[in-house]
Structures are given as C-alpha cells and as structure tokens.
Design a protein around this ligand. Structure first.
Ligand code: MV4
Length: 495
C-alpha cells in the first residue's frame, strides 16, 4: 500500500483527497504557490512544499518543481486532482519514470482519449455510438460537401480540444467558411493544432456522463450516470444523479457503451465518458472521455455509497476492485451545486476579496466540499469555485427541496456568489420536470435578475461583519471575566 501521497492541486479537491488519505492512514504532502501560503489545503496537509509564483505555470503546472517536491519529501505517489496536470499524458509518464505512482489511468489511456478526432475513430471501431460526422477533412470544399451531407446545423470542433474550446455552431452554408476559419485559428492558438472535425449539431440535447472505474487486473464497471445539462459557457453549475430522463434500459445500454469505450483504451482508475442524449429520438452519442476524477464525483459517491478517492488510491496501489456490475446500485437522489465567487449581475465576472463570513449549511443529507474558510482571500489567480454543496435524499423532489434550504443556509459575505441564481434555477418548472437541455440556461433563463435583499437583512449582515475583525471570529462583546475566552486580551481590546 502507498504510505505518502503528494497532492498536485489546490482548493477543495486537494482537501478532499487528503481526507481520503487520512482515512487510509496515508501521509499527505500539499504543494502551494506564493498566493496560497495560508490556503486551507496547506494547513490541512501533514507537510507542505512551496512550488513557485502565483501563476499556474510557475507552480501547479510546474512539472519539475512537483517532481522535486515529491522526491525531497519521499512521497511514493502523486494524485493530480482535476484540472492543472490531471490530463497531461507526459506528466503521468514523467511521474511513473520517477518511480512514483500516478493515481490515475496510464499515460497511454490519457493520450488516446486526449485527441477528439482519434478517440472518435477508436469509438466507432469499438461500436460505441458517435455523432454522425467526419474527421480528417482539410479543404473548404471537403467541409462544404460534408456539411451538406450531414445537414445543418453542424458543429465544427477542434480535434485537439475538449470542454467546448474551439467549438462553432454553423446554422447555414453562408456561415460555414468563416466558422471554419475562426475555429481553425482558435484551435491553432489554444492547442497548436488546427485539425478540425465536423458533425451534426444536436441543439436540444442533454449532457449525460457515465462514471467508470477499473482496476489494473482488467475489471471495469460503471457507476451509473450524472446529468450535467445545467451549464453556462461550458462550465457546469448543477449536476445530479440519477438523470431524470433515463429509463433502466437506457441506463444499462449507456453504461455498457461507456465500459466498452474505456476498455478500448485499456482504462484503469476513475474516468468519465461523456454522452450527448437526444430526448426526441432517445439516442445517445459518445462525445469525449475525461481521464481524471471529476469535480462532480461526489454526486456518484452519495448515490452508490462508494468513496471514489479511496478506490482510486487502492487501485493505483494495485488492489483489485471487489465489486462486479451486479453488486452496484443507485440509492436515492443526489444533487451538486457549484458555489462560485462570481457576480450574476456583471455577466458572471469573478468576484474577489476577503471572506468576511463563510458559514456552511449542515444537516442530514448535506455535504460541503470547500477549500475556503472565513478570513481567506479569494484571488483572481485561480478558479473562483468557493465550495461544492451536495445533497442526498430519498427522491429527486426531496433532494431539490433540501438543496434549496441548504443554499438559503449558506452564508457568504465579502464576495458575491451565484447561490441566488442556482436557487432560482431549481425553482423553475423546467428544472423540476427534468427538461433542462444544454442550451437552456443561456437561452431560456436569461431574464433572471437578482432579488433585492430587505434592508433589515442588509443591516444584520453588516453588523455580523463588523464583529469579524482581522479574519478571526470575535465576539461582539468581549467577556473579560471568562477565563477560557480565547479572545481575552490584556490591554486594549480593539485592533
Ligand atoms: C456537442 C453538442 C451538440 N451536438 N456536439 C460541449 C463540450 C464538449 N464536451 C462537447 N460539447 C457539446 N458537443 C454535438 N454534435 C453539445 C455540446 C454541449 C454544449 C453545446 C453548446 C452549449 C452548451 C453545451 C453544454 C454541453 C455540451
């Protein structure tokens, strides 16, 4: 078994991974940038190593510094979390070459799935349904012929891309030429690779993904689906499991397709196969595979009762995954809301500053994964994700209600958050009926505006912040007669 793991990440996911390590009796090493000296993930770890400057390239993307930190602190494995280097095949290979265990799939699996054109070709060969379209086209004439054959609207995607980067919808022939040129230069700038693919655009579809899990002995299962259709600019905001759309038959078929997709690249550890699902035709198509632990993995954990990070670590250490497909079941309903420090009234610009209050909701069926505490600074250097609020209940309706109550109970002062916005999404009939497609937020939920808080609420919030001095919770009235008062000071109390 592994004894000491370096977590090559920050924020909530670093802490999430460290929790799992502690539970398994494994020591943890945090890494951090100059902007993260006082970050929660640094305080949570057994040891911490400074990588470099605030810019990700100098710190969390700095392969040399990470490998040096692992060697100097005698780690035996590296967990990459999500984002940063988690889907970098060269990094995975470099970790293994340094005689460390990479907690994730093989470098070859990451590489095979990293290229959207190559992975699509692989999937077609394996019989996994893909969206009708073409790879490997070059001239405008070739694209024109393909588009006419497919039928508009079509979608032009960067072959090297993923997550929606370099993607362009083309509604008619008149838009095709410009779309190809724009997508090409975007792809060249973002990935240094201008190859494009073209396919049918499914406008009213759901984004449904299947969690897969495999060990290094050839066992591979799926852990059911997550519905992730509530997105803005390719950033998911609400995820849930089960999907309100899937029948048991469809779920089984998609699960099987996902397992086949993963087997094609000899996959082990945690992975996610993304599908686009057309509710009209009930057809599902492979989009891409994410070869990492995902942000929304807690939804699957609550519904299956499995700790995915525990199993990632055990599998990386060579253990067998002991469950077969028939052992796995979905229990109840889970929803995740991503609480971002961003302002819905400014087009969701990041909102930075000191967290004057940060009081997390509690109660049965409520989980909060966060990398922040009151007094912390939210900076512009990194993702503005403050916390993931995850609820679990017996059924979808109860889970929605539980989430709305938990959002109401989550107190954040000092930065603006998207919590009111998410509360309003959960309140709509479309969401309650499970009718939210990938374009719903941006096309049908545009007119939402922030409700004005009551004056009394503003006064109460302002008073609450006044007693919050220097980032430390302090009582409004200091009780100097209490011998155990942690704030008791000699001399002048005010600072
Ligand atoms: C699509 C699609 C519809 N048709 N492909 C988005 C990110 C990447 N994983 C692939 N994505 C999509 N591919 C076809 N052929 C819809 C999406 C998509 C999406 C598109 C526009 C706006 C929001 C979206 C959210 C999720 C998926």
């Amino acid at each position: 078994m592994l004894t000491k793991i370096l977590i090559a990440n920050r924020g909530e996911i670093a802490i999430r991974i460290m929790r799992a390590c502690r539970e398994l009796g494994i020591k943890t090493i945090a890494v951090y940038s100059e902007a993260d000296h006082n970050a929660q993930h640094v305080q949570f770890a057994d040891e911490a190593v400074l990588l470099g400057g605030a810019a990700p390239k100098e710190s969390y993307l700095n392969v040399e510094a990470l490998l040096r930190a692992a060697r100097d602190s005698q780690a035996d494995a590296i967990h990459p979390g999500y984002g940063f280097l988690s889907e970098n095949a060269s990094f995975a290979a470099a970790v293994e070459s340094a005689n460390l265990t990479f907690i994730g799939p093989s470098a070859d699996s990451i590489r095979a799935m990293g290229d959207k054109a190559e992975s699509k070709i692989l999937m077609k060969k394996a019989g996994v349904p893909t969206v009708p379209g073409y790879e490997g086209l070059e001239t405008y004439e070739e694209f024109l012929k393909a588009a006419n054959e497919i039928g508009y609207p079509v979608l032009v995607k960067a072959a090297a891309g993923g997550g929606g980067k370099g993607m362009r919808v083309v509604n008619a022939e008149s838009e095709l030429k410009e779309a190809i040129e724009l997508a090409r230069s975007e792809a060249r700038n973002a990935f240094g690779d201008e190859r494009l693919l073209i396919e049918k655009y499914l406008a009213e579809a759901h984004h449904i993904e299947i969690q897969v899990f495999g060990d290094k002995h050839g066992n591979l299962v799926h852990l059911f689906e997550r519905e992730c259709s509530v997105q803005r600019r390719h950033q998911k905001i609400i995820e849930e499991s089960p999907s309100p759309l899937l029948t048991p038959e469809l779920r089984a078929k998609m699960g099987e397709a996902a397992v086949n997709a993963a087997k094609t690249v000899g996959y082990y550890n945690a992975g996610t196969v993304e599908f686009i699902f057309d509710p009209k035709t009930q057809q599902y198509y492979f989009l891409e595979m994410n070869t990492r632990l995902q942000v929304e993995h807690p939804v699957t954990e609550l519904v299956t009762g499995l700790d995915l990070v525990h199993w990632q670590i055990r599998i990386a250490a060579g253990q067998k995954f002991p469950f077969s497909q028939s052992d796995l079941h979905q229990h109840g309903h889970a929803i995740e809301c991503r609480v971002y420090a961003e302002d819905p009234t400014t087009g969701f610009l990041p909102s930075t500053g000191k967290l004057l209050q940060f009081i997390q909701p509690q109660g049965p069926g409520i989980r909060v994964d966060s990398g922040f505490a009151a007094g912390d600074e939210v900076t512009h250097f990194y993702d503005p994700l403050l916390a993931k609020l995850i609820v679990h209940a017996g059924n979808r309706e109860d889970a929605i209600q539980r989430m709305q109550n938990a959002l109401n109970d989550f107190i954040v002062h000092g930065v603006v958050t998207n919590m009111d916005y998410m509360h309003a999404v959960l309140e709509t009939d479309d969401f309650k009926q499970g009718k939210v497609t990938t374009r719903w937020v941006e096309t049908k939920f545009g007119e939402w505006s922030i409700p004005q808080p009551e004056l009394n609420a503003l006064i109460a919030a302002a008073l609450a912040d006044v007693v919050f001095i220097g980032g430390k919770a302090q009582p409004a009235v200091s009780n100097e007669t209490d011998p155990f008062n942690p704030w008791k000071q000699t001399g002048n109390y005010r600072n």
